[in-house]
Design a binder for this molecule. Structure first.
Ligand code: B12
Ligand code: SF4
Ligand code: SF4
Length: 376
């Protein structure tokens, strides 16, 4: 095991890492790479309750996610990194027939690339110092309890909305970690909690937040808009006009509201729903494939746009929806379009539903149309 203090008596490697992070507007804190039994227990409990049912996580995932050595054998320290992202979603809200995109997905390109860039820069400094590869990078897709380790490192605390809140940056931060075999001085967890605040719990439109720092993710709009199968009918009206992710619990969060505004985005924050409900492969590849809202494919975005149009309830969208009901090749999308037309409920919408019912061959879509016609 290398002890960096023995090699660098002056300016420490941790300070170097902090400086590199600061150049990117990011913050770091360090914790040891010992496995975390409490985290493992919390993860297992959440999975057993079915909180993450759509993600297929199990006991083996919990064990792995709580043990940094499962990612890098001989791991000694973890540098936890918080990278702020755009935090001003309220612009142009309510513009006609536009969908809401969670601000983490605004950037023109997928945020994983940016996070990896910051992590790689720091990891490279460590590897160069050691003269060997002594690091492994973690961001998002690796089985790893990122929020729990970030909290243990004192980067912030996990709020009742279950996001990590940095006292300096708020909760609109991406997390990433550099696990290393080097031993670095560790930081202490913060002694902060949410106290008696309950704003996120009251604001959540779907009742996903329980108030005990846990979430039923199957009710979270972020989860619902990322699914590849049907959105349960009873949840559709609660989604409002979100078409990818949801920020409500963070927008109302006082420490996040107090955090300095950050602008790092060039993407489409409020796409036109009438265009999105018809987005097909060429246009999808050009506009969305490389963004954070592209990984589930075009049909998921068309489905989400249909639900948002239904919730907008604007009769001017009916002709576009009717055309899509008759032309969309994906049964899931046709089913959600039928729901939207039923929710809008104009005579033209019901007439189109009846006509389609007469020729629709897919059983699930027919059932959606029957249900939509019952709105009338
Ligand atoms: C699956 C997943 C989701 C799921 C489930 C979310 C959830 N809350 O579990 C869905 C799709 C809903 C989701 C949504 C979002 N996600 Co997400 N998601 C993940 C992912 C891949 C795994 C999370 C996981 O394992 N969840 C299981 C739960 C049980 O574990 P946990 O969240 O890690 O919680 C631990 C801590 O909270 C700890 N804990 C700490 N203190 C305390 C105190 C008490 C009292 C208790 C009980 C527990 C506790 O207990 C838990 C177990 O260790 C992580 C990346 C990763 N690998 O960690 C990103 C991640 C959590 N998501 C992220 C983001 C940005 C989001 C969204 C904001 C995106 C959006 N705008 O739509 C929303 C936020 C919704 C919300 N309110 O949580 C960021 C969070 C950044 C931050 N500041 O915390 C992460 C870390 C990705 C990243 N690398 O930046 N996400
Ligand atoms: S992201 Fe939205 S739906 Fe999910 S917990 Fe927060 S407010 Fe509720
Ligand atoms: S809104 Fe209040 S309760 Fe919710 S996470 Fe923020 S500080 Fe905590």
């Amino acid at each position: 095991m290398l002890r960096f203090k023995e090699f660098v008596p002056g300016k420490g490697l941790k300070e170097r890492a902090a400086g590199l992070a600061r150049e990117e507007g990011a913050l770091i804190r360090v914790t040891s790479a010992s496995s975390d039994e409490e985290t493992r227990t919390q993860l297992r409990a959440a999975f057993q309750r079915g909180d993450l049912a759509t993600w297929g996580y199990d006991d083996a995932y919990a064990a792995r996610a709580a043990d940094p050595n499962a990612i890098l054998a001989g791991a000694c320290s973890i540098i936890c990194v918080a990278i702020p992202y755009v935090s001003n979603t309220d612009e142009n809200l309510g513009a006609p027939l536009q969908g809401r995109v969670s601000n983490y997905a605004w950037p023109g390109e997928d945020y994983h690339k940016r996070v990896r860039g910051v992590l790689s820069k720091i990891a490279q400094a460590l590897d160069e110092f050691a003269g060997a590869s002594v690091t492994a990078l973690v961001c998002d897709t690796t089985p790893f309890a990122e929020r729990a380790f970030a909290a243990r490192a004192g980067l912030g605390w996990v709020g009742k909305h279950t996001n990590l809140i940095s006292p300096e940056l708020g909760s609109f931060v991406f997390l990433g970690e550099i696990i290393t075999t080097l031993e670095l001085p560790i930081d202490m967890p913060l002694k902060k909690t949410c106290g008696s605040c309950t704003r996120c719990i009251t604001a959540c439109p779907t009742g996903a937040l329980r108030g005990d720092y846990t979430i039923d993710a199957t009710r979270c709009i972020s989860d619902l808009t990322q699914r590849t199968d049907d959105i349960p009918r009873e949840m559709r009206p609660l989604i409002g006009t979100w078409i990818w992710g949801c920020d409500i619990c963070q927008l109302v969060c006082p420490p996040t509201q107090r955090a300095p505004a950050v602008q790092w985005a060039s993407g489409d924050a409020q796409p036109s729903l009438l265009a999105l409900v018809r987005v097909h492969s060429g246009e999808f590849k050009r506009r969305y494939r490389r963004t954070a809202m592209g990984w589930r494919g075009a049909a998921v975005l068309r489905r989400n746009a249909a639900v948002a149009l239904g919730n907008h309830g604007d009769r001017s969208s009916v002709p576009t929806l009717v055309q899509a009901l008759n032309e969309d090749p994906h049964p899931m999308v046709r089913g959600h379009i039928a729901w939207a037309l039923g929710r809008i409920g104009s005579p033209q919408a019901f007439a189109a539903l009846r006509e389609r019912h007469a020729i629709e061959t897919n059983t699930t879509v027919r059932e959606e149309i029957t249900s939509a016609l019952s709105f009338g």
